[in-house]
Structures are given as C-alpha cells and as structure tokens.
Design a protein around this ligand. Sequence first.
Ligand SMILES: Nc1ncnc2c1ncn2[C@@H]1O[C@H](COP(=O)(O)OP(=O)(O)OP(=O)(O)O)[C@@H](O)[C@H]1O
Length: 223
Amino acid sequence: MNNVVELIDVRRKFVQGDVTIQVLRGVDLVVGKGELVALLGPSGSGKSTMLQAIGLLEGGFSGSIKLDGEEVSSAGVDRQTEIRRQKLGFVYQFHHLLPDFDALENVVLPQLIADATPEDAVERATHLLTQLGLSERLHHRPSKLSGGEQQRVAVARALANRPKLVLADEPTGNLDEHTADIVLGEFMALVREQGSSAIVATHNERLAAKMDRVVRLKDGRLA
Ligand SMILES: Nc1ncnc2c1ncn2[C@@H]1O[C@H](COP(=O)(O)OP(=O)(O)OP(=O)(O)O)[C@@H](O)[C@H]1O
C-alpha cells in the first residue's frame, strides 16, 4: 500500500532584495493512508509554506514530493492541476466560499469541475452538509451563515470529491474554542469515514492532540 505523502529533503527559501529567508531546510515526512497528522509550529515557522508544497500550489521547492506514490514535484502544470482536483482537498482559516452561490452550490461546483453528474453532485453535497448539521441551510449564501456554519460548508467542499488527502491550514483558527472543537471533530469524523488522510496546520496544541500524530516544524525541519 502506498503512502499518501512522502516528502524527502524539501527545501524552500524566499529572496527579497538582498534578504534571503530559508524557511524549509530539509523537511522529511511520511503520511500513511487514513492517517490524520497535526502540523504544529510557531508563527512564521513555515507551516503554510509546507502545505503549499504538498498542495502543489506554488513552485520554488527543491527535494522530492510524492503524493499517492507519484513523484509530483517534477510533474508538469497540467498534471499538477489534475492531481489537485482528483486527489487533494483544501480547507483554509477563512472559508473562501463563493459569495454569490448558496451552501449547496458551493459544494456541488467542485464536483461538476471533476466531471460528476449534477444528480450525483447534489446528492453528495446534500449528504455531506446534512452530516455537518446544515440540512436547513442548503440554500443560504455564505453571508447568511454563522462563522461555524461557513467553515462547515468549506469542510464539505474540501471533502466533496473524496480526496485522498485533505490539507487544512488553521481550519478552525477563526472560530471560538467551543465551535472550533465541534467543527474539528466533525471534520475528523468525515475524513475517517471516507478513509482519507489529512494534514492540519494549527497553533492549537489541544486540538492537535486529537489527531493520530503530531509533527513539529522547528528551524526549518520537522522534529
Ligand atoms: N511569498 C513570500 N515571500 C517572502 N516571504 C515569504 C513568502 N511566504 C512566506 N514567507 C515567509 O516565510 C516564513 C514562513 O511563512 P509561513 O506562512 O509558511 O509560516 P506559518 O508557520 O504558516 O505561520 P503562521 O502560523 O503565522 O501562519 C515567514 O517568515 C514568511 O514571512
């Protein structure tokens, strides 16, 4: 069985003028199928940068990045886009939902882009949103939802295409403690139910302790 993520010696530096910041200094990480990993580290330690590398959202990295057994760091742009659509789901601190579409449509759209039939996409979106307690909110636009509800829609959207791997960057960082606990619990249950893996970047030790494993980014490497 393939690991879902294998990073070997991943490095990233940012150069601005004559200042160079070496953010990742040789990151190694293996994430197994179905594993939920918390990524901890102080502000500025490179958690988002690491998720951008794994999510194929930016270039400029060196080292090896394998997703689902495939070396993707050297893949072409088209293949990387395909991998993002087929295999990855993303949740951010701020929901980034489309404001002119309702909750259901926000979860249906990524499925249509991935070639699902409209009937299947609506059924899957309804199922996910119902599991997240939003069956009465399907036709609300994001602006008519609470912060916790918005983030639940973002979770449903990330899981809609049954990604092998969900990358979450402070997914509950914008919520109060109680709501953060509930939404994270729901997120973890759904990820487990569909057998996906997840990497969740967070500052929150308490939430991190609920995951299968905690890794810490320090001085550009994982401890
Ligand atoms: N596009 C960029 N250009 C220049 N520097 C950058 C860029 N992106 C990130 N950095 C720098 O890289 C370092 C790591 O940033 P990153 O956002 O990955 O940290 P983080 O651990 O996610 O922090 P936080 O917890 O505050 O979100 C920071 O010092 C940041 O200023």
